[in-house]
Design a protein around this ligand. Structure first.
Ligand code: 5AD
Length: 378
């Protein structure tokens, strides 16, 4: 699919044609990642943040927000709960909180790995290479870092630099890939200033940078954030700029479906942001239009309401046990099954196999010295 074809789908309004898109995406999902829906227990371990992301409710500039950082024991209790509920993975997410030191996170990873068989996904923002390496060596399996938009002008506008640091999320994603993490990224849909061209380019970037997991969700204005104060929702009707992507539920399904078609072997969550736009069945429709992962929230309720990156998050009232039962029913009603085991993406498994093969080939058959000389001469 090229840029023009992607844009055509993004602008498509004909419901019969869109039905074809949903069907194609669902077929591709079934063929490449099967019928299992993998559940990841999300633990929002701290809402401290040193950044000023213009869209986000927990950014440093929001002085009225009460901040928390969970203790190691509290996090371990949640991880054990994830294991009891049968989940294969916990996702440890936080603002970009340097109070979560390299050593502390390392210790946390060791503890979770000692006490459970869970895969660990980290989502801790832009961290440096050496800590990413240490965490991977300590046992972290996956890392999520959305690049949010591939339009670098827009990216820098909504992510002011800090401490003389210029963000380069593509460089960090490359490092994560090289370190052997299963690597996830994604974008927000309908950021003020995001055009169809740039969203189509985002989708092509997913393919290009070799991602294993891709999460997309609508931009939801947060009244305590600069962008949220300036912009109401940009739907198809009240949108003054024809190039502006609307932050709608429909646009989110289109991007989920196109992501599945472009990156068929990746794991794609049906996100909480999407479920927040349609609390009735947004999560289910995401699963029927390309997604194969759900991330139930396991953050203790007293902290969860303080992790308000956008308002009216669908998970605010979801108690882990009740929600779990509800989710299992809904997934079963869709004719799908609950994922067993860690649920690595086929894309990652293939990548790992490929690396191992290349690695062993290189080690088993070192180029003889004589040939090396020949190669140099050539
Ligand atoms: N609306 C939608 N998504 C948001 N995120 C942060 N703030 C918002 C918002 N206002 C998303 C970002 C981030 C992820 C953890 O949450 O894409 O990467």
């Amino acid at each position: 699919m090229n840029t023009q074809q992607i844009i055509k789908w993004l602008k498509e309004q004909d419901s019969h044609k869109l039905d074809q898109l949903w069907q194609q995406a669902d077929r591709s999902r079934y063929e490449h990642v099967g019928n299992q829906v993998h559940l990841r227990g999300l633990i929002e371990i701290s809402n401290h943040c040193s950044r000023q992301c213009q869209y986000c409710g927990i950014q440093a500039g929001n002085r009225s927000l009460q901040r928390y950082r969970m203790t190691m024991d509290e996090i371990l209790t949640c991880a054990l709960q994830a294991q009891e509920l049968g989940y294969g993975t916990v996702v440890l997410q936080a603002g970009e909180d340097f109070g979560l030191t390299t050593e502390w996170i390392t210790k946390l990873i060791y503890k979770i790995k000692t006490k459970t068989a869970l895969a660990i996904t980290l989502s801790l923002g832009e961290r440096n290479d050496s800590e990413l390496r240490k965490w991977q060596q300590a046992g972290a399996d996956r890392y999520l870092l959305r690049f949010e938009t591939s339009d670098s002008e827009l990216f820098h506008r909504i992510h002011p630099g800090h401490a003389n640091k210029i963000s380069d999320r593509f460089a960090i994603l490359e490092t994560l890939n090289q370190l052997g993490y299963e690597t996830g990224s994604g974008v927000m849909i309908g950021i003020p200033g995001q055009t169809y061209d740039s969203l189509a380019n985002d989708l092509l970037q997913f393919q290009k940078i070799n991602l294993d997991m891709i999460g997309v969700g609508p931009f939801i204005p947060h009244p305590a954030s600069p962008l949220g104060k300036q912009h109401a929702n940009l739907n198809e009707k009240n949108n003054p700029d024809p190039n502006q992507v609307p932050n709608t539920e429909l646009m989110t399904y289109k991007v989920v479906a196109l992501t599945r078609l472009l990156c068929p072997q990746t794991n794609i969550p049906s996100t909480t942001a999407l479920a927040s736009l349609n609390q009735n069945n947004g999560r289910e429709l995401g699963l029927q239009r390309g997604a194969n992962v759900v991330m139930p929230n396991l953050t203790p309720l007293q902290y969860r309401k303080l992790y308000e990156i956008y308002p009216a998050k669908a998970c605010l009232q979801e108690k882990p046990d009740d929600f779990h039962k509800h989710l299992i029913n809904r997934i079963t009603e869709l004719g799908r099954t609950i994922g067993l085991g860690r649920g690595d993406s086929p894309h990652f498994k293939a990548k790992k196999k490929d690396n191992v093969t290349r690695f062993t080939l290189r080690r088993k058959t070192p180029t003889p010295k004589i040939m090396q000389r020949q190669v140099r001469r050539d």
